[in-house]
Design a protein around this ligand. Structure first.
Ligand SMILES: *Cc1c(COP(=O)(O)O)cnc(C)c1O
Length: 351
């Protein structure tokens, strides 16, 4: 279906309201024919492993899971003892949106929040936090840090910023996890390779998102520190996340990584966000907050504009982060027509 076949989409609440790319659906249908060995011993899973090793320019271990929460919480559980500290930003998904899964899977490790602007941890504050009470038997101990790329606010850590976080981790002797729920959106906004944005900058383990960017339900844990792999395999099974028909998770990710679909989808989502940002910035009374680089736009809109957009059927989160603060999220399926339709309505109120 091309964009002109449908009425403009009204939803800007999140990128998980989008459907899936046709290539992914076709791959699932193709994978449903014939027999395949279970639990990841199938050719689709092998293909995903090969593709990810190519993409990251080194051997990696890969564990496919159905949700980002499972990817994050399982990954972290192999990076901390139950008495460990996991350093993260207060706005992070692991801190706000996973119902305590990291604490559950780690058997009680503690999320310790570290400040920083634009939802990014400040490396100096991270180091300070990770150096306090080391060795004190009364206190939970530094274990790992987790950064989100792109962040929950739509900002992106630059390579230098990831390296600064990684330097702090090295100085504190802790490992670094990346929540890459929107990894592709971050990647295409930066002039760097997947390897540079991860292990070359000191990332040990990545939750590679796919669901928000064109697949139905599949995410990949990508391990650069391969010593984590054996333990994680047991943890995934014990958590009930080892799919017997793994080929169906793998077929989705395989299609996602083929022919640059993941990058094309992310470019479309980012371009839609950028068009939306530019259009809104021209309107009286609109303030764009931060410098959105991926597919999330935070802005402050006049109250009548929020009301008019809601009345016209547009959907987005507002007034959760402060009066008049609105969050728009675009997806791979958001077209320029969708964006222009919203802008037209907003423009009508601002005149
Ligand atoms: C959506 C999201 C996830 C994964 O969420 P699930 O609903 O568990 O798939 C993880 N991290 C971030 C930053 C997200 O936005």
């Amino acid at each position: 279906m091309t964009s002109s076949d449908r009425a403009p989409a009204l939803g800007f609440t999140s990128d998980n309201i989008a459907g899936a790319s046709p290539e992914v659906i076709e791959a699932l249908v193709a994978a449903s024919v014939g027999q395949a060995d279970p639990y990841g011993a199938d050719p689709y899973t092998a293909s995903v492993e090969r593709r990810l090793s190519d993409i990251f320019e080194r051997e990696v271990d890969v564990l496919l899971v159905p949700t980002g929460t499972a990817a994050n919480a399982l990954c972290l559980s192999a990076m901390t003892p139950p008495w460990g500290n996991i350093y993260c930003h207060a706005s992070s998904h692991i801190n706000n949106d996973e119902c305590g899964a990291p604490a559950f899977y780690t058997n009680g490790a503690k999320l310790v929040t570290v400040d920083g602007s634009a939802a990014k941890m400040d490396p100096a504050k991270l180091l300070e936090a990770a150096r306090s009470k080391v060795g004190d038997v009364h206190s939970t101990q530094p274990a790992c840090a987790s950064i989100t790329q792109a962040t929950e606010e739509g900002s992106v850590y630059t390579l230098a910023e990831i390296e600064a976080i990684s330097d702090a981790c090295k100085a504190a002797n802790i490992r670094l996890h990346m929540d890459g729920s929107r990894f592709a959106n971050a990647l295409v906004s930066q002039d760097c390779t997947p390897a540079e944005m991860t292990w070359k900058a000191g990332v040990h383990a990545l939750s590679l998102g796919a669901t928000k960017n064109g697949v139905l339900a599949a995410e990949a844990i990508v391990l650069f520190d391969r010593t984590l792999a054996t333990e994680l395999a047991f943890r995934r099974k014990r958590a009930g996340h080892l799919f017997s028909k793994m080929r169906f998770l793998a077929a989705q990710i395989d299609a996602y990584l083929s022919n640059d679909l993941w990058l094309r989808n992310a470019r479309q989502a980012n371009a839609a966000a950028s068009r939306l940002t530019q259009g809104l910035a021209e309107l009286d009374g609109v303030e764009i907050m931060g410098a959105p680089t991926a597919n999330i736009v935070f802005c402050r809109l006049p109250e009548p504009m929020i009301k008019a957009l809601l009345d016209a059927g547009f959907r987005f989160y507002h007034d959760r982060w402060g009066a008049g603060v609105v969050r728009f999220v675009t997806a791979f399926s958001t077209t320029f027509e969708d964006v222009d339709h919203l802008l037209k309505r907003a423009r009508a109120v601002s005149q």
